[in-house]
Design a protein around this ligand. Structure first.
Ligand code: R5P
Length: 320
């Protein structure tokens, strides 16, 4: 259609200015389509390529985990300090305000619980009752896809998280869950995060995580979550072609958790997806800010711990 007669502004073609063709800040993600890049840009901060994800999806197999009994009371106050909320659809709908501006990493696999007979998986709380069974039998790995792609779209998910049990009794099934979710998510530009679940039979070392994370990336995951290893972690991140975020794992003293986050980032991780080490900290609001200081603020673990102590003391002082 022709321009309207009498339009005052002249056309501006900027013929002398070449259109920019910027690369993309995130490892392995430069050839994705616009929607997927945009969703990932809300998880990972484009300024530093890092993310602080707050994981509180534990209830999907272990019910009211310590620190998650009342998510409205203990987790919502942490929301302002993180980039992304990792949760279940039940909690998203019932507790998380739809006005949140944070990215969503939605739990998309499930179907077993910590009281499944002969539980062998060790991702659960030390202070909860865990049934330990015979070696090689791992009912928790017997997961299915637990969320449709339409549900993920309705919930405006940026990421779908799927547990994968490499080396477990149900390895093939959980890998199939992952590849099926990737096929569906790729239709709509939603990212998929493969979560490495470590059975008791598997060693928690760099050799295992190199294998597991690389398999997930090769099969199409857009990001992978695994544990940090004290040695050779840089080899895990370097041979995984997509971003790795570390899980926090069982509760550690706060300084140790900050050191672990710092070391993982220094050795090539693109972020932390931390749960218990934040929401089970002595002061979760201070801890989430300290972890954010390490992830985005360039703080050393010592400086972040100082910040933690100051924030904690400040709150105590105010309460008096
Ligand atoms: C466990 O299955 C969940 O995926 C958690 O989100 C994950 O373990 C991270 O939480 P944490 O830092 O407590 O290990």
């Amino acid at each position: 259609m022709a321009d309207l007669d009498g339009q005052k502004k002249n056309k501006e073609f900027f013929a002398e200015v070449p259109q920019a063709a910027p690369g993309f800040f995130l490892k392995g993600s430069h050839q994705y389509d616009w929607g997927l890049k945009n969703r990932l840009s809300r998880v990972f901060n484009p300024k530093d390529g890092r993310t602080l994800m707050l994981a509180f999806d534990h209830g999907y197999f272990q019910g009211p985990t310590t620190g998650l009994e009342r998510i409205d009371q203990t987790i919502l106050p942490l929301e302002p300090y993180v980039d992304c909320l990792m949760l279940t659809r039940g909690i998203q709908r019932s507790i998380v305000p739809a006005t949140t501006q944070k990215a969503i990493a939605l739990r998309a696999s499930g179907g077993t619980s910590m009281v499944s007979p002969f539980d062998e998986w060790e991702g659960t709380d030390g202070d909860d009752a865990i049934k330990l069974g015979r070696p090689g039998y791992e009912p928790l790995s017997n997961e299915s896809i637990a969320c449709s792609i339409e549900e993920a779209l309705r919930l405006n998910a940026n990421v779908l998280a799927v547990q994968v049990f490499i080396g477990s009794q149900h390895e093939r099934q959980t890998i199939k869950n992952m590849t099926d979710i990737i096929d569906q998510a790729n239709r709509y530009g939603i990212a998929v995060m493969g979560v490495v679940a470590v059975g008791r039979a598997m060693a928690r070392n760099a050799q295992y995580f190199r294998l597991a994370t690389r398999i997930m990336a090769e099969l199409g995951c857009h990001l992978v979550k695994c544990y940090y290893t004290e040695t050779e972690f840089e080899t895990v991140t370097s041979c995984c072609p997509v971003p790795i975020v570390i899980a926090g794992g069982k509760k550690l003293p706060e300084l140790e958790a900050l050191k672990m986050s710092y070391n993982a980032l220094e050795q090539g991780a693109s972020g932390v997806d931390m749960g218990r080490n934040i929401f089970q900290a002595d002061d979760p609001i201070a801890m989430v800010q300290a972890v954010a200081g390490v992830v985005h603020g360039g703080l050393t673990p010592q400086k972040a711990f100082k910040l933690y102590e100051e924030l904690k003391a400040g709150k105590k002082a105010k309460k008096k």
